[in-house]
Design a protein around this ligand. Structure first.
Ligand SMILES: Cc1cc2nc3c(=O)[nH]c(=O)nc-3n(C[C@H](O)[C@H](O)[C@H](O)COP(=O)(O)OP(=O)(O)OC[C@H]3O[C@@H](n4cnc5c(N)ncnc54)[C@H](O)[C@@H]3O)c2cc1C
Length: 491
């Protein structure tokens, strides 16, 4: 049996973190971090600062993962995460963002209806290009909230879980007065479309029992005006990072971990932090030796991963209303559209079309050009005189082998504690990433926190074995607690 550990038994080798090229460093405990998204980079930073030898292996040719700031338009545009959800000092990322002086453009306050945006910043249109009166948008928003309240009663009455869609139909059977027809019905579908966007999944797959179990931080939602990348770059400074290193195998023994990369090279350390996306774990492209326990495998299988994408259209001038969001209402949530007006936040004439769930999956089957045309066609429905974009960008988070999905969500009939199961370490293998965050799944700050948690768990575990816990710093040092006010524009 292939093992990188035999010759060192029974003692753990100190400070070895080397590849088959023979690189060796001695002196302190060692960790391999797998995955260079925010969770992996945060874990690597924390362990590096706690005097561990850290090697970070990343399959792509860039860091950041689902944080991906693109500069090809000549200014930063985020193709993955772009909002800080919870613009407040309690947000685990606030100290870092504050210290870097990164500006935020807040798109909603604390009281945002439907989680992410203010109603007054929307302009909704029907398929004929007629703007939906704002009073109607507000009224249907209230009706949507009432329907959600009624679904809560359905939840309390039923032991069995069901989908949000099923709960809606029960509510409509009981309360025909909440049923809407014509244009109000289409606006309601648009609200449902936004809810589906939050989970990156269709309402027939979202769990009624768990859909609202995540914690929402106060302070509303702020767009990272200069993109999220500076956060990643700051955390990654000075780390030993190996890009284009796709991990294919993780072997663990009682005294260490051996990680194999696609090209056959291997890395050995005392412990590893696995910070790859849930979609990648589901695909089983990484072999674990010995196999992961059944409860862990089941958590990987049962937790949902949805798809949300961005089709970014860059125009030569602004020809749309001066609101933060443009929407097209339709008979079904699948037919509705949603555009973020980046001009408000960054001053460039850019609209971002954001499909989710089945629609996002269907659009991923198209070429980039066809996808951009599709988004532009939706825009033409509401603004027939729209001029064609001069540039576009298309994300493919569902089919990209490095992500295989956009973020995790609770599927019908599965327990919310799956996130915690995914996080729980196995021996010297620690797990991080958005899907391991029980409080803030699907977010950058959630993923960041899990990176710190995994690092602390790893530090404790490795150092306990040496009885030297006190000589290394805890992973959350003094710096992280320094509070600098966030730079927020609007509200
Ligand atoms: C379109 C979109 C919009 C979003 N919007 C927001 C938002 O506005 N606000 C918000 O808070 N969150 C948002 N999110 C969610 C947020 O981006 C994620 O929750 C977070 O970035 C996940 O970080 P992570 O470190 O867990 O995973 P990732 O960022 O995916 O990092 C995992 C890393 O592992 C690497 N990897 C994969 N396989 C291997 C392998 N075999 N070997 C080595 N490395 C590997 C990947 O390349 C990647 O770099 C959005 C996500 C998407 C896709």
């Amino acid at each position: 049996m292939d093992s990188g550990f035999k010759s060192n038994r029974p003692q753990l080798r100190r400070g070895l973190c080397y590849s088959n090229e023979g690189r060796k460093q001695a002196g302190s405990p060692s960790v391999i971090v797998i995955g260079g998204g925010i969770a992996g980079v945060a874990a690597a930073r924390a362990l590096h600062d706690a005097s561990f030898q850290v090697v970070l292996l990343e399959s792509r040719d860039r860091l950041g993962g689902r944080v991906h700031t693109d500069f090809s338009f000549g200014f930063p545009v985020d193709l993955g995460a772009s909002w800080l959800h919870g613009v407040c000092k309690e947000n685990p990322l606030a100290p870092l963002i504050g210290r870097l002086g990164l500006p935020l453009y807040r798109t909603s306050g604390d009281n945002s209806v439907l989680y992410d945006h203010d109603l007054e910043s929307y302009a909704l249109f029907d398929m004929d290009g007629n703007q939906v009166p704002q009073e109607l948008v507000t009224k249907v928003g209230e009706a949507f909230e009432n329907i959600l309240k009624e679904t809560d009663k359905v939840r309390l009455e039923n032991n069995e879980d069901m989908s949000i869609l099923r709960a809606f139909s029960i509510v409509f059977e009981r309360r025909p007065d909440l049923r809407l027809e014509g244009l109000p019905h289409k606006v309601l579908q648009w609200y449902l479309c936004r809810m589906e966007g939050w989970f990156a999944a269709d309402s027939e797959t979202i769990s009624l029992k768990c859909w609202d179990q995540e914690e929402l931080l106060p302070g509303g939602h702020g767009l990272m005006v200069r993109g999220y990348l500076p956060v990643i770059n700051t955390l990654a400074k000075g780390l030993d990072i190996h890009l284009n290193h796709r991990v294919t195998k993780i072997a663990r023994r009682y005294n260490g971990v051996k990680v194999t990369v696609e090209d056959g090279s291997t890395f050995i350390a005392d412990a590893a932090v696995v910070a790859v996306p849930l979609g990648v774990l589901k695909s089983k492209t990484i072999t674990f030796e010995p196999e992961l326990p059944d409860w862990k495998e089941k958590a990987i299988k049962d937790l949902g991963v949805g798809i949300e994408n961005k089709i970014v259209l860059n125009f030569d001038h602004v020809f749309w209303p001066n609101v933060e969001f443009l929407g097209v209402v339709a008979e079904t949530s699948y037919g509705c559209s949603y555009f973020l007006n980046l001009h408000k936040a960054i001053g460039h004439p850019v609209l971002v079309y954001m499909p989710a769930g089945k629609l996002a999956r269907d659009i991923e089957k198209m070429s980039d050009e066809a996808a951009a045309n599709f988004a532009f066609t939706q825009l033409k429905k509401i603004l027939p005189d729209a001029s064609a974009p001069i540039q576009y960008l298309v994300s493919r988070w569902g089919s990209d082998v490095n992500s295989l999905g956009s973020y995790s969500y609770d599927t019908v009939g599965k327990s919310h504690d799956l996130y915690e199961r995914l996080r729980i370490p196995i021996d010297n293998l620690f797990f991080a990433g958005e899907a391991t965050s029980i409080s803030y799944p699907g977010s950058v700050h959630g993923a960041f926190s899990t990176g710190l948690m995994a690092a602390e768990g790893c530090r404790m575990r490795v150092l306990e074995r040496y009885g030297e816990l006190d000589i290394f710093q805890p992973v959350m040092g003094e710096e992280a607690t320094v509070s600098v006010p966030l730079l927020i524009s609007r509200m």
